[in-house]
Design a protein around this ligand. Structure first.
Ligand SMILES: [Zn+2]
Length: 185
């Protein structure tokens, strides 16, 4: 079998998953999570004590600073943002189109699904939430994408060996931004 060709071809007239081929492993944008993948996902999460955030400590996307999880099964692979995976696991289903993960805790690496941290919402709800929190500041510059990525890497590296409250807050503030200055994530 040629590694340059997908092993399935779209049928005309039917919606098909997006498939591309890389090193003979096809990317399938609808690949279902497996129990093994879910276990691997949680193995990359460090949980703060009590009601704190659960921090994704795996790969981080550049430039947006969100966590990123890739799994593979049956010769296919898929990559999804870590917080979206958390919502998919919580709902035991794909997220409907247009649904985003909204972070009430302002921590883009957080994968704790509850009313204080992460929940499914829409883009407009996300903006309303930001306005309500006073994070939407007219034309003032918001955290640039480079800083978002740098911040997430600092946070991840501060806690990946185990939760450390002081190291976490130091990482949050290292670039001169405190948590309240985070804009729309
Ligand atoms: Zn959180």
């Amino acid at each position: 079998m040629s590694s340059l060709l997908p092993d399935t071809l779209p049928l005309p007239g039917l919606p098909q998953p997006i498939r591309t081929v890389s090193r003979a492993v096809a990317t399938n944008s609808r690949l279902a999570l497996t129990d093994h993948a879910i276990r691997r996902f949680w193995a990359h999460v460090v949980r703060a004590e009590g009601e704190g955030c659960w921090i994704w400590c795996g790969a981080i996307s550049k430039p947006d600073g969100y966590g990123r999880f890739t799994w593979q099964t049956g010769g296919e692979r898929r990559t999804v943002s870590a917080h979206r995976i958390a919502l998919m696991i919580h709902q035991a289903a794909e997220l409907p189109e247009g649904i985003i993960g909204e972070h009430g805790c302002c921590e883009p690496l957080c994968v704790r699904v509850d009313d204080n941290h992460l929940w499914p919402g829409t883009q407009s709800e996300n903006i309303n939430h930001a306005v309500a929190l006073g994070r939407h500041r007219g034309n003032l510059p918001v955290m640039g994408s480079q800083h978002r990525w740098e911040r997430s890497v600092l946070v991840r590296d501060a806690v990946r060996q185990g939760w450390d409250e002081h190291a976490y807050h130091r990482a949050c503030q290292k670039l001169g931004w405190d948590e309240g200055q985070l804009a729309l994530w």
